[in-house]
Design a protein around this ligand. Structure first.
Ligand SMILES: CC(C)(COP(=O)(O)OP(=O)(O)OC[C@H]1O[C@@H](n2cnc3c(N)ncnc32)[C@H](O)[C@@H]1OP(=O)(O)O)[C@@H](O)C(=O)NCCC(=O)NCCS
Length: 182
């Protein structure tokens, strides 16, 4: 039997482990995507089949050597609490998004800010990406706040999948300047 071994690293933050997704994460992920709060600012909760489609997409990017979302796991247990990492959209060619969703039971503890910073540093430091974006609905205040805390700035507003969407962006040059200043 062929066993896929991800090329993605395992990243660590003070409170979290960010690891590649695996086929067996489907149960945890389906539980999360059935929750309307976890799925805020999408078309709504997903069925298990739709969630399997999402997981398949994440794994296919990883298999193709594209940076993908990481499973967000607390250091103290192995439960998947969400995802944070790289998304690729045909509607915005040439761009790599840092996207994230977290179990609502864990909101407002700074966890995704912690994850997003580490993912951003990985993008510039290890993957040498020229820039990253985050696509955020203007009314999604927590997500906007995470992007701001991650050093990203609003570049423009676009329509993405029929919704008004702010493009937050950070270039490698801006990241280097911020790091130098810090
Ligand atoms: C966006 C999301 C991942 C943030 O996760 P999180 O771990 O709670 O984020 P953090 O705790 O790191 O930061 C949240 C920030 O938003 C702020 N915030 C949250 N709700 C707020 C509100 N109603 N008004 C103002 N600020 C708010 C928090 O105070 C915090 O900012 P602070 O550190 O300056 O106080 C989480 O809310 C989520 O999963 N939402 C549903 C999915 C989603 O919208 N994903 C993003 C799609 S673009």
């Amino acid at each position: 039997m062929f066993v896929f071994i991800s090329q993605m690293p395992i990243l660590e933050t003070p409170r979290l482990i960010l690891r590649p997704f695996r086929e067996e994460d489907i149960d945890h992920l389906a539980e999360l995507t059935a929750n309307p709060d976890f799925m805020r600012f999408t078309l709504g909760p997903y069925t298990r089949e739709q969630t399997q489609g999402v997981l398949d997409k994440f794994l296919s990017w990883d298999k193709a050597g594209l940076p993908s979302p990481f499973a967000v796991v607390l250091r103290e247990n192995t439960e998947v609490l969400g995802y944070c990492g790289f998304l690729h959209h045909p509607e915005v060619p040439g761009e790599v998004e840092i996207g994230y969703r977290l179990d609502p039971a864990y909101w407002n503890r700074g966890l995704i800010t912690e994850a997003a910073r580490t993912v951003r540093d990985h993008a510039f430091e290890d993957l040498k990406l020229p820039r990253v974006i985050s696509l955020i609905h203007p009314e999604n205040i927590p997500s906007r706040r995470v992007a701001e805390k991650n050093g990203m700035k609003i570049e423009k507003e676009i329509t993405f999948r029929g919704f008004p969407t702010l493009v937050f962006a950070m270039t490698r040059e801006q990241w280097l300047a911020e790091r130098g200043a810090g």
